[in-house]
Design a protein around this ligand. Structure first.
Ligand SMILES: Nc1ncnc2c1ncn2[C@@H]1O[C@H](COP(=O)(O)OP(=O)(O)O)[C@@H](O)[C@H]1O
Ligand SMILES: [Mg+2]
Length: 372
């Protein structure tokens, strides 16, 4: 097992900086998820860890050594890709055993390892089959098996579930998570799907793209446990990226004395927890963040401190256990949540929803950083 340390890691292609100042640690045995929009550099970072991509600046540590110049095969890493990259002419056994054979491991040891992995992954009865006679989920398991038998210090996963249908994705998500907890192998898992990130990661690193002319000085927007990111997003990017539906981010204005906020056509007192931050920004515009589950019907919620918000319903999405209500307040679209078994509004209705005052987040509109 091994920890991984990114020490101001950078990657450029010519003049284009893809990765900038990436600095954080993955702990020994930890399941770390990299999540971010497509093109933000997730695969590039993973390939740098694997040694498939050179490092332009900074140091990459695996365990107690800097591996910038270490050959991929000497990094003791196993990688699982989105395309399972199985050999079509080999059966499952040979696909799983392949990496061990080229490392010239004794046959008996190979048989034992493949058999153990096949038990773990429920593949025993498929060992003689060719990949084309397997379902997508089974192929993905074979790719996992090939990584597991190597018994590496680090697993790297690059969007391994993207090719599976929704149901199988949920199932494999749980299987990979259980497997990792059982093996306790340090894991970096890349995905663009925040639900995968939330459900699988012990910690999550949210990455964003460095755009040319951007003021961002790193791709790393925040790193923390799933609930850290959900409850205390450092910035608007993370606030919007984590959680579905997205957090509402609406313009608001602090009063001259910093004790009240005008927002969504009303005025609400600033609760105790934000007093200090609000004082620092008094008289100024701010961005207010509020999750849809913290905007509900006055008949359904009993929050101690609420702010009524009135608007016109544009759309209602019925999800079974709940209904997501999209309504317009002036120019601003707002998303709230209702129990689906109550009386539901229809488009065109005027609704009054209650906003839970303690659940708001405040952000500086210029830096987009959270006020605290
Ligand atoms: N060989 C390359 N030359 C130039 N740009 C590249 C190269 N490989 C990747 N990129 C760019 O690097 C960025 C990050 O790519 P990638 O790591 O694949 O993102 P992600 O996996 O997050 O979708 C993208 O904008 C991509 O166009
Ligand atoms: Mg990628």
């Amino acid at each position: 097992m091994a920890s991984i340390r990114f020490d101001k890691l950078g990657k450029r292609y010519g003049d284009t900086e893809i990765i900038k100042n990436l600095a954080f640690d993955v702990k020994d045995g930890e399941f770390m998820v990299f999540v971010g929009p497509s093109g933000c550099g997730k695969s590039t970072v993973l390939r740098m860890i694997a040694g498939l991509e050179t490092i332009s600046s900074g140091e990459l540590w695996i365990g107690d050594r800097v591996v910038n110049e270490v050959h991929p095969k000497d990094r003791d890493i196993a990688m699982v890709f989105q395309s399972y990259a199985l050999y079509p002419h080999m059966n499952v056994y040979d696909n799983i055993a392949f990496g061990l054979k080229i490392r010239k491991m004794p046959d008996a040891e190979i048989r034992k390892r493949v058999s153990d992995a096949a038990d773990l992954l429920g593949l025993q009865q498929f060992l003689d089959r060719k990949p084309k006679a397997l379902s997508g989920g089974q192929r993905q398991r074979v790719a996992l098996g090939r990584a597991i038998v190597r018994n590496p210090s680090v697993f790297l996963f690059d969007e391994p579930l993207s090719n599976l249908d929704a149901e199988l994705r949920v199932q494999m998500r749980a299987e990979i998570t259980k497997l990792q907890r059982r093996l306790n192998t340090t894991t970096v898992y890349v995905t663009h799907d925040q639900v995968e990130a939330m459900t699988m990661g012990q910690r999550i690193a949210v990455l964003s793209a460095i755009k040319s002319g951007s003021t961002l000085d790193t791709n790393l927007m925040q790193c923390g446990t799933p609930m850290d990111l959900y409850d205390r997003p450092d910035n608007v990017f993370v606030a919007r990226f984590i959680g579905t539906p997205n957090m509402n981010i609406v313009p608001a204005q602090l009063s001259e004395d910093g004790t009240s906020l005008s927002v969504l056509g009303g005025s609400m007192p600033v609760s105790e927890q934000f007093r200090q931050a609000a004082q620092a920004m008094r008289g100024r515009p701010v961005l207010l963040g509020i999750r849809p589950e913290h905007i509900g019907s006055p008949h359904e919620v009993d929050w101690p401190l609420v702010q009524p918000v009135q608007g016109q319903v544009e759309m209602v999405e019925l999800l079974g256990h709940e209904a997501i209500v999209h309504f317009r307040v002036g120019e601003q679209m707002v998303i709230g949540r209702l129990h689906s078994h109550g009386r539901l509004p229809v488009p065109g209705d005027t609704v009054t929803m209650n906003l839970k005052c303690e659940a708001i987040h405040l952000f500086d509109p210029e830096t987009e950083l959270r006020l605290r």
